[in-house]
Design a protein around this ligand. Structure first.
Ligand SMILES: NC(=O)c1ccc[n+]([C@@H]2O[C@H](COP(=O)([O-])OP(=O)(O)OC[C@H]3O[C@@H](n4cnc5c(N)ncnc54)[C@H](O)[C@@H]3O)[C@@H](O)[C@H]2O)c1
Length: 328
């Protein structure tokens, strides 16, 4: 499928059926050469939300999504947090300019590497371990990515967040590497905050944040909180990036099973993710036009009910598409 924008920019899509439906049909999550094909033949990947109650183990979501992140080494999970309209923020007296930061979540390590075990399962003596991997290489590259992004976007500060007061071994590595890398970026201010304090400040005074870099698990958690500041999970976009390699883009939200088939899910998270992907691919003006169309839809309340509108998913998305087609 080829899509040509009004500007003339063209993007060719190939759609893969990797999903719960396919898994339930033939037991396949990712075909044997799946990740190699993506890395070899494509510039970017756009993934819809995964998760289906018909697959209680969630094995398909894990193998497809975490498979892309880990096996394709997409180490920087970039999650912009931007408030488009005052009405969307659950906090009092917070203006759009007060919520405009980016979270860079380490995406290939931490407790999510699925290492650990269970001893004496099902007994009262059961012991479960979940190992938290932090490598010098992994920590350094994601911190460096955060500083580079700050420079590229003209941002002033990079804040590293961890829990090094109690998780001393992993936190110690993050602390040492952060100081070393920060020293190379004299033009960018560096700062540290424990993750619990960070959560408090994100609610009390989100204006202070610019770029936040943190580990996989803390990044996962704080970006749901951050999404709430911008109007909810239905508004949040993300990119899973390894500079120079095929990167993957997905809305932050999951499949929201209670919404399935009801035409009520907010499409903006996915649409803004598409804008992020286009920018990554070098289509900056097309990306900006999409972001502008989303902004207008939010201001005019041509949206789904979670952010104050009365449209269904399809109608909200069509309204943004038609406003795009009206502008050059
Ligand atoms: N990246 C992903 O694909 C991803 C991310 C998170 C969860 N999941 C999976 O999704 C399934 C459901 O997980 P969950 O309920 O914890 O998280 P979820 O993100 O699907 O939904 C949590 C809540 O966020 C809100 N929400 C989510 N998407 C929305 C949208 N488009 N519009 C408006 N509101 C929206 C709803 O209030 C919803 O109840 C699980 O199987 C989980 O593993 C997948």
């Amino acid at each position: 499928m080829k899509v040509v924008a009004a500007t003339g920019a063209a993007v060719e899509f190939k759609i893969f059926d990797w999903s719960a439906d396919r898994y339930l049909k033939d037991g396949t999550t990712v075909p044997p050469d799946g990740f190699a094909t993506l890395a070899r033949d494509f510039d970017a990947i756009f993934v819809g939300a995964l998760g289906d109650p018909r697959v209680p183990s969630n094995i398909h979501a894990k193998e497809i999504l975490l498979g892309m992140r880990f096996k394709m080494d997409l180490y920087a999970n970039v999650r912009p947090v931007k408030l488009l309209d005052e009405s969307l923020c659950p906090l009092k007296n917070v203006k759009p300019e007060d919520v405009d930061f980016v979270v860079i979540r380490e995406n290939t390590e931490g407790p999510y590497v699925d290492a650990g075990g269970v001893f004496k399962p099902g007994t009262v003596d059961e012991i479960a371990t979940q190992e938290d991997f932090n490598t010098r290489k992994g920590v350094e590259r994601v911190i460096r990515y955060a500083f580079e992004l700050a420079r590229k976007e003209g941002r002033k500060k990079v804040l590293m967040s961890d829990k090094s007061n109690v998780m001393t071994y992993a936190g110690g590595l993050w602390q040492r590497v952060f100081k070393l890398v920060a020293a190379e970026y004299a033009d960018i201010q560096s700062q540290h905050m424990y993750v619990d304090t960070l959560c408090m400040h994100m609610v009390r005074d989100p204006k202070q944040f610019d770029v936040i870099v943190t580990n996989n698990m803390f990044g996962d958690i704080i970006t749901d909180l951050a999404a709430a500041l911008q109007g909810g999970l239905g508004m949040a976009a993300s990119g899973n990036i390894h500079p120079g390699k095929t990167s993957m883009f997905e809305p932050v939200h999951g499949s929201a099973p209670p919404f399935a088939g009801k035409n009520i899910a907010n499409p903006i998270g996915a649409i803004s993710t598409a804008a992020m992907m286009l920018e990554h691919l070098g289509f900056a003006s097309e990306s900006a036009r999409i972001n502008q169309a989303v902004l207008e839809a939010v201001r005019e309340k041509k949206t789904t009910a979670d952010i104050g509108g009365s449209l269904g998913t399809k109608e909200a998305a069509e309204s943004i598409a038609s406003s795009l087609s009206r502008t050059k």
